[in-house]
Design a protein around this ligand. Structure first.
Ligand code: ADP
Length: 508
């Protein structure tokens, strides 16, 4: 087979190709004139010129370098001279040349890259320069906006004192901002590793907080925890870390990134506040108990006389003292809980019996609502009887507080699978969907016109939820605004006593 080398191209095909090529201009090296010999259509369009107007003219006659640009080494005259002097292609990766838009009659910002190739004549001398340009405006704008957001992020993290981190879970890469070194109390330039940071945390916290949060994050995609760290100088600091997990197409966690904030100051304030609440509640407990005893003694004495006003007033006083003491006990519980010392004593008991007793206690102060509960067979659970009663009592108290007098409150208790489920239903003001998840947070109270005169601190449900969680149970609410609510908790019928006793030490 022979190769046909005897091919020819029609007469002016090269000229046509040149004229259709993107952004090209060919100049002669007859400096200082640099006569324009050929130009492509797209070059003409960009420069708002016509072929007739520029062919045969000097390059700088048509495109004069502006005075200020002459000192710039990107100026065309410098570039052309460099091509001639070096005999090499000179590339300018990026320069600005604004394009006139005849529609808007204004110049529009454009960025270009250009290449200037020397072309030899028959005598072997550089006779022409081929200047080819490419519009890179979109790339430059994208790069600028990426740089802008990066610097905005940097500024935001600097101002807020946040450190940022990024873990490549597949290749075990760990990247962090310099602020992280400061937060961990290390000298500038110290190289941190995940291991070195973990060494600044206690083994218990690693087990109960960090690992737990990481496991949860693998399911939910988000992780958040507060933890103590010890600086090399022995001082204790608090940090809050927050992050997100990135999964690949196969739902495999590939990357984890987030922020760390030093919260030592606010944590110290919180600890001081908790200590204050604990101390104040403790101090109030003793006088209140004796006040209650005196009221009861007086009530006994008075019951023999028949002054209805006095016995009525004493009953009301006792009622108010009871409310105060409930509140003080819940403050005490709160501070114990926060110190990790909420008491719990496990014992097997019949939960239906407990519900009946708690309803009877509630009815001592409730003369507005009918509480309906039809207990069936005995259901034994292994839990802290007092604490579970406290949860039921909180549900009942809230049902009374947040529903109108004439409506009943219904309590049910049933076995579902391996759990016993207790529910308290009221037909009161109900709770909006968006508030429902937050009810179990500390101090959370719904802002509601109908509830604004009802007193409370938003502690009851928080304590209830902590108590139930410590029993490996669940707590939740179903509610509709203006229709009513049902609060539920469920407990495993047999709770593993060992783990609970291990975590929660009895302090009473
Ligand atoms: P408190 O009632 O003392 O404010 P809780 O922690 O017991 O504290 O309840 C938190 C909030 O949940 C209440 O302030 C109230 O807004 C809302 N809530 C609780 N129970 C009910 C209920 N049965 N119906 C409507 N809102 C309720």
């Amino acid at each position: 087979m022979s190769v046909d080398t005897n091919y020819t191209l029609p007469g002016n095909i090269f000229q046509t190709i040149f004229e259709k090529s993107p952004g090209s201009i060919l100049v002669k090296t007859d400096l200082p004139r640099f006569t324009i010999l050929a130009v492509s259509d797209s070059y003409l369009k960009v420069t708002s010129t016509t072929r007739e107007a520029i062919l045969g003219k000097g390059f700088f006659e048509i495109f004069p370098d502006d005075e200020t640009q002459l000192i710039d080494e990107k100026a065309a005259r410098h570039v052309f001279t460099k091509v001639i002097n070096t005999g090499k292609t000179v590339d300018i990766p990026s320069y600005r040349y604004d394009v006139f838009n005849p529609d808007t009659e204004s110049h529009e910002l454009h960025y270009w890259s250009c290449s200037n190739v020397p072309i030899l004549g028959d005598d072997g001398e550089i006779t022409y320069i081929l200047n080819t340009i490419a519009d890179i405006t979109e790339e430059v704008k994208a790069r600028e906006s990426a740089m802008e957001s990066a610097s905005r992020l940097r500024l935001a993290t600097e101002v807020t004192g946040l450190a940022t981190w990024d873990i490549d879970l597949q290749h075990h890469g760990f990247y962090y901002s310099p602020r992280m070194v400061e937060i961990f109390g290390q000298l500038p330039g110290t190289v941190l590793t995940i291991g070195s940071m973990r060494n600044q945390m206690s083994a218990d916290d690693m087990q109960n907080i960090v690992r737990k949060s990481f496991k949860e994050a693998l399911i939910t995609g988000e992780h958040l925890y507060e933890i103590k760290i010890v600086w090399p100088d022995g001082s204790v600091h608090w940090i809050k870390t927050q992050g997100t997990i990135i999964f690949d197409g196969n739902k495999r966690a590939v990357r984890m990134l987030g922020t760390v904030l030093d919260i030592t100051e606010s944590k110290r304030d919180e600890i001081r506040k908790n200590d204050f609440i604990a101390m104040a509640s403790h101090e109030l407990k003793t006088p209140l108990t004796s006040l209650k005893t005196y009221i009861q003694l007086l009530a006994k004495k008075i019951s023999k006389s028949d002054d209805p006003f006095v016995s009525n007033a004493l009953a009301k006083a006792e009622n108010q003292v009871n409310k105060m003491s409930d509140l003080i006990y819940s403050f005490l519980d709160l501070s114990r809980l926060e110190a990790g010392k909420l008491s719990a004593k496990l014992q097997p008991f019949d939960i239906n019996k407990l519900i009946n007793e708690t309803i009877a206690d509630t009815n001592l102060v409730n003369n507005s609502h009918t509480i309906i509960f039809n207990s069936n067979e005995a259901i034994t659970v292994n839990a802290d009887r007092e604490r579970i009663s406290q949860v039921i009592s909180n549900f009942l108290g809230n049902a009374i507080k947040y529903s109108p007098k004439e409506y009943p409150i219904i309590v049910t208790c049933k076995i579902t699978g391996d759990n016993v489920q207790v529910a308290v239903t009221d037909y009161g003001i109900g709770i909006k969907q968006r508030d429902q998840e937050k009810l179990f947070q500390r101090f959370y109270r719904v802002e509601n016109e109908r509830a604004k005169n009802i007193s409370g601190f938003g502690i009851g449900l928080y304590l209830a939820s902590e108590i139930i969680q410590r029993h490996k149970g669940k707590i939740w609410v179903e509610s509709q605004e203006d229709a009513g609510s049902t609060f539920y908790f469920s407990l495993p019928v047999t709770v593993d006593g060992e783990w609970l006793a291990g975590i929660v030490q009895a302090t009473n």
